[in-house]
Ligand binder design. Structure first.
Ligand SMILES: *Cc1c(COP(=O)(O)O)cnc(C)c1O
Length: 377
């Protein structure tokens, strides 16, 4: 079955009680049991909820995974996946991950005896060199936020599996429509559904998809034990969002390419980070690994003042954190999404004070370009 057919039908069976075509919001905390130990498979809503189950089937299918779990946020999904490793284990992480992921690993989980090494995973020799006898996981994000560095997922999977380690990929920037990491050997895919999967900037959520039954059992156990579940209403919203994922991603991709091309030719722009441009150092790898390049574009204005001018003069683009919604958002990574990354590390990653990130929406692209043009000028 094709992607859109799966997106519209997986998990979306008519409701067994009423025949409702749209999966109802089962807003309940508990379920009546017929007699002692005799129930319909639902006991308590932290453990099971039909709306959440529908979404879990849906996104798992979109990633080509057997199992899927929906969480209260992207960070709680990542946190649950990291509970597959224990004190004394070592994890290799891409050095340019989402700021919140860096914070969770570096400031929180490192207090519990888990060891992290942050390396540039776009060069496979860095990954090879970082392995230790206790390495149990490699966590990558591709393309990275906001510099759009691409990592070769098959190469990372081959190296990690040779060392008996799991590979986790944060696929938030691409969505399963543009990239399916499991096709390249990745074991676990995580998402912030807050972004493209929900797509309408009106819900916070996260997801973990995987095939290994034992790991899936543990993540399910963690989801229930810790309780960072996605609510029935948010599950409904994301389920509604994924139905149009293919058409939205096509539009984000088309607009992203046009905006990146426009910026690359603009005299006030020093550099554009977008894997769809021929000038991107990993354009060829991105073309092989991804079905498109998406709607995330970052560009260098040269200074904080220039960045400020752009950010404060846009009219259509909204100055805000987050990404992946139908509306174009513009942000300043150094002071917004990556403020928790130390200044010297930011600088070495290219996240300068002059860097601006755009989440290109699906408005008419001429209007987005006109807005950026007047703000730059
Ligand atoms: C937003 C984001 C996250 C965190 O997700 P939340 O839903 O905000 O918790 C993780 N990874 C990436 C790439 C993101 O963009």
């Amino acid at each position: 079955m094709g992607f859109s057919t799966i997106a519209i039908h997986a998990g979306n069976e008519p409701d067994s009680a009423t025949g409702a075509v749209s999966v109802p919001i089962y807003q309940t905390s508990t379920y009546a049991q017929e007699s002692l130990g005799n129930h319909k498979g639902f006991e308590y809503a932290r453990t099971q909820n039909p709306t959440r189950s529908a979404l879990e089937k849906n996104i798992a299918a979109l990633e080509g995974a057997k199992f899927g779990f929906a969480f209260a946020s992207g960070m709680s999904a990542t946190d649950a996946v990291l509970k597959l490793v224990k004190a004394g284990d070592h994890v290799i992480v891409g050095d340019n991950t989402y700021g919140g992921t860096f914070r969770l690993f570096n400031k929180v989980l490192s207090n519990y005896g888990i060891e992290f090494d942050f390396v540039d995973t776009s060069d496979i020799t860095n990954v090879e060199r970082a392995f230790k006898p206790n390495t149990k996981m490699v966590f990558v994000e591709t393309p990275t936020n906001p510099i759009m560095t691409v990592t070769d997922l098959q190469a990372v999977s081959d190296v990690a599996h040779a060392h008996g380690a799991r590979v986790v990929c944060d696929n938030t920037f691409m969505s399963p429509y543009l990239q399916q990491p499991m096709n390249f050997g990745v074991d676990i895919v995580v998402h912030s559904t807050t972004k493209y999967l929900n797509g309408h900037s009106d819900s916070i959520g996260g997801f973990a998809a995987l095939n290994n039954e034992e790991d899936a059992e543990w993540i399910k156990f963690i989801q229930n034990s810790i309780g960072a579940i996605l609510s029935p209403f948010d599950s409904f919203l994301v389920l509604r969002g994924t139905k149009t994922l293919a058409v939205r991603m096509e539009a984000h991709d088309k607009n992203g390419r046009a905006v990146a091309t426009f910026l690359a030719e603009h005299p006030k722009v020093k550099k554009v980070y977008y894997p769809g441009l021929l000038s991107h150092p990993q354009h060829e790898l991105a073309s092989r690994q991804q079905k498109g390049f998406g709607g995330m574009v970052a560009f260098e204005t040269g200074s904080l003042e220039s960045a400020k001018k752009v950010l404060e003069n846009v009219k259509l683009c909204t100055l805000a954190e987050s990404l992946g919604g139908v509306e174009s958002l513009i942000s300043h990574p150094a002071t917004m999404t990556h403020a928790s990354v130390p200044a010297d590390k930011r600088e070495s990653l290219g996240i300068t004070d002059g860097l601006v990130r755009v989440s290109v929406g699906i408005e008419d692209v001429e209007d987005i370009i006109e807005d950026l043009d007047q703000a730059l000028n």
